[in-house]
Design a protein around this ligand. Sequence first.
Ligand SMILES: [Fe+2]
Length: 441
Amino acid sequence: MMGYDRSVSAADHELGPETVWHLQMPQLRFGRNAVAELGFQLSDLGVDADEDPHGLVVTDETLVDVGHVDRVTDHLEDAGYDVTVWDGVEREPSIENVDSCIEFVRANEGADGYDFYVGFGGGSCLDVAKATRAVIANGGEVLDYIAEPTGEGEPLTESGPPLVLMPTTAGTGSEISPVAIFSVEEKNIKEGISSNHVRADAAVLDPTFTTTLPADLTGKVAMDALGHAIEGYTTHSFDGLLRASNPQERPVYAGRTELTEMFSEKAISLLSSNIRTAVHNGDDIEARAAMLKGALFGAIAGLTAGASLCHAMAYPVGNRYHTYHGETIAVLTPASTLGYNAASDPERFAEVAEMLGADTDGLSTREAADRAKEEYIRLQQDLNVIPSGLNELAGVTEEDVDWLASQTVETQQRLLRCNPRPVTEEDAADIFRDALYNWEP
Ligand SMILES: [Fe+2]
């Protein structure tokens, strides 16, 4: 059992174990053709179609080109909602990208902005929608709300008008999370706005929008989802962390609970048993629905309990090499979550191995724990869309390892505090080295 000397928060805490946990979620609506209930969802959030509300759909060009955005706006217009589409979201968006969305809102609707917002797309689109609504509602610019020293670290006090998010990829979990992440180009880092005011009011998850996602992206974003589920299952228990001095100070990553563990378990089995079909036969709507549900459950677990070491290591890699978040998580998970961390609680990792489908009969607990890593690597090899390691992903070599390790330890304490095993810079370097080649390319 962990000592009570650890906290996932730099905020005030009392010298005793946490005794309370809390779960905050948007309203959730899930299923085939759930998009048809988008109008109802908005009216349920208090947006009255009779009052002529004007909303903004935040999305990207690809989703416009494949016709998905038309499907969304048609449903909204049929329900009596007037909408404008802003399709300027970029992959792994920068702060400038959010600024241009905010400028668009102010130019069209003035300082008060739109009456409602719909974020539609992958995690990038959802994050831009979340940050845009937050900045419009609180005034100023994005950097005002990014943590110091990059930004001003001002707290958000307003949530703003209703925001509904519709993910079109089964992965990031942004639809339920209280965080929006952006790259800060001049500093080569990623920073986030993290607050319950950033969280959406509702998420509408419709698997029919996910069938057009190409095989390689399907596999990569699924690895992010699986990472959330496994990291959430293996992080500290909430009562192994220090007690928040008041409910306001309780961190958003507050440790695992029985509730998050149930979601992790279901997520790991849904994702690992459907991902091969979703990647190799993208039109299989049953597999796509299972993946979207698995990603949602993984996010409910992991983004509440807390992502850990693997996510901490992924940010410096993504910043320097401009790799996708999901593929970065994919190549780092074997060495970090399932390698280094397995020693922290072999019994728990043996359970993960079984959830991933490994046969652990007759093995010692420690051997069974190691099966989790082997099973996960086998899964990646079967998908045939995941790089064999950091080297194949971005040409990372032995020479880059020390820089990546120092960046991880210097900039990612928020996530490292959640890790079930303490990590020094030397440890991080060893783990990066281990992740250069997960298998012979
Ligand atoms: Fe993630």
